[in-house]
Design a protein around this ligand. Structure first.
Ligand SMILES: [Zn+2]
Length: 379
């Protein structure tokens, strides 16, 4: 039922519209135009100004023929990495890729194209489905900012499917970790390194000592930590007064995450105290973990849709965050689906047309399966 050529065409046209994170306005307007053609009541919210985007999030409502059926939320993000501008997509042997060395931005324009194609198919074939809510977020690549600022009280969905994962269709991400970002500004004392080093307090040395005391990398199967940025010093012959350290910690287990983050801050605290330096830490819980169980609505609907598409369902666990974390945190059970993208966030990013089409078929089937069940409280 999915029109493959139309799906690919929509994707190509979306890729050609630049939408680096925070500059999504042009693609937002194009999407609003396409949604209006489909009869979707859609609006751009005002939240963009709060996080520096020239567009907010699109929230849309597609009225199905069965308003009493389960209401599905389909979501994807409209922004891309900043490196993703002026992309020229080409097709070679059934694979879409960029003509030059850039990302393809199938993350997440493939998700957008699937949502549009699924709605077009439903409308064209007059399929009997429930209402479908649509959230197209901006600012996703800079820490899920669009979804974080979304007015979730506008959403009434029973279940959400986020179309924003790498890999072939048939997978379902049911788990993702909580995430802390950690920043620390260390302040020592500058001094001439040759004339009077004893008057100085070396902020870089204090940071180095702290980092050497931290447990980093894979801590256990569900917990990781990293220090990814270190900056400091002004000249070879000056004892460095300042050093900035940036790291992160993730775990599926909130207790483990709290302990890990505390131990990293503690290492900084001790090393600075020993050196006589001071430090200012900033820890932000960027998003909360989720774990959707096998018997919960999103997974049950997904598995039945897979069966109808002849796909073998695979349960996946993610190490990263997505808008899925935000929907779950607000009580809408949500999972993330791979849609045929390979190597997102690299200049090897590609999209297999076969997988892309299959992912669109699967999403259409998900909406149809949900449309066969009534919402709770509806007679
Ligand atoms: Zn993405």
């Amino acid at each position: 039922m999915i029109n493959r050529d139309r799906l690919v065409e929509t994707f190509m046209s979306l890729v050609k519209i630049n939408s680096p994170v925070f500059k999504e306005r042009k693609v937002a307007e194009y999407l609003l135009h396409l949604l209006a053609e489909l009869g979707v009541e859609a609006m751009l919210d005002e939240s963009g100004s709060q996080y520096g985007s020239d567009a907010g999030n699109i929230i849309g409502h597609f009225r199905g023929r069965r308003p009493d059926a389960l209401r599905v939320l389909l979501s994807a993000h409209m922004d891309t990495l900043v490196s993703g501008v002026d992309i020229e997509p080409i097709i070679e042997n059934g694979i879409i890729k960029p003509a030059t060395k850039t990302i393809l931005a199938a993350d997440d324009k493939a998700g957008l194209a699937i949502i549009l194609e699924v709605l077009r198919t439903i409308k064209e074939k007059d399929l009997e489905v429930g209402d479908v809510e649509i959230v197209i977020s901006s600012g996703e690549e800079e820490g899920l900012l669009g979804a974080k600022h979304l007015d979730l009280s506008l959403l009434k969905a029973d279940v959400a499917f986020v179309l924003d994962s790498d890999g072939p269709p048939g997978g379902v991400t049911t788990r993702a970790p909580s995430y802390d970002s950690i920043k620390a500004w260390i302040k020592g004392q500058a001094a001439h390194a040759g004339a009077c080093p004893e008057k100085g307090i070396n902020a870089i040395a204090a940071a180095a000592r702290a980092i050497s005391q931290m447990k980093l990398g894979r801590i256990d199967e569900e917990t990781t930590a990293n220090v990814g940025v270190i900056k400091g010093g002004v000249a070879r012959n000056v004892v460095p007064e300042e050093c900035y350290v940036e790291g992160e910690a993730r775990s599926h287990d909130p207790k483990k995450l709290a302990d890990l983050t505390a131990s990293m801050i503690d290492a900084l605290q001790r090393a600075c105290a020993e050196a006589g330096a001071t430090f200012h830490p900033e820890v932000i819980r960027e998003f909360e973990a989720f774990h959707v169980l096998e018997d919960q609505l999103p997974v049950r609907i997904f598995q039945e849709a897979c069966r109808r598409c002849g796909l073998k369902p695979r349960t996946l666990s993610s190490g990263g965050g997505s808008d899925t974390n935000i929907f779950n945190a607000h009580g809408i059970p949500a999972v993330n689906l791979p849609i045929g993208i390979r190597d997102a966030h690299t200049d090897k990013e590609t999209l297999s047309i076969k997988d892309f089409e299959l992912a669109a078929r699967l999403v259409l089937e998900i909406v149809r399966v949900a449309g066969e069940s009534r919402r709770e409280g509806e007679g």
